[in-house]
Design a binder for this molecule. Sequence first.
Ligand code: 5RP
Length: 236
Amino acid sequence: MKPRSEEVEKAKRNAALEAVKHVENGFVIGLGSGSTVAYVAEEIGKRIKAERLQVKAVPTSYQSLTLAVRNGIPTTSLEENPTLDLTIDGADQIDENLNLIKGMGGALTREKIVAAASKTLIIVADWRKKVKILGENGQPVPVEVLPFALSLVINKINMLGGKPVLRECSGKVGPVVTDNGNFIIDVDFGPIKNPAELEKTLKTIPGIVETGLFVGMADVVYLGRPNKVEKLKRKK
Ligand code: 5RP
């Protein structure tokens, strides 16, 4: 049975509430992108008002910049703060080792850069995102591609056995153009037995800017349900 949308939204907010407890006074944080992170921004905004919490955020997309501004979260940059105390972000799939597929919102490149600059990466998601193997249920891996390299990258990915589809806009004709001016291809690899190896292989293809495989990056995942939150920690 399909879960009701109010249940999913409650689960997302519950996950966000737990993650925001990690934010301390004086922290500089990375603010991820997506609908679950929208609750994170809202909750941080509330804490800024209620506790006079001093916090600054590096946004990972135009969406997250807007979320920060709307919720009264001061923004900063990686130039000013090359090391971040923590990042809170969403995910599209999470496996048992806390490897992730990200990027259905198209912000994967900046999200990965900001995550790599962070001492801790916390993921917030609803329970439907947890899987046994990344890529199951037809979940594609989003890949950001330099437009000049599109046909080369598509050929190479076909040779690897992936099924790439250029992501199309809704609300505008033509392909999605990322915040970095690139295209996104969504690649169905089927279930991915070795995400680290696939990530390595993809990174050798000229023109691939970044992939949505986040391997060994997440430290903690808060998996929300309508009435509780499960905390998952990466084994070191
Ligand atoms: C955007 C992302 C998002 O974090 C991911 O798609 C999850 O989004 P949502 O919380 O809306 O399900 O990676 O690039």
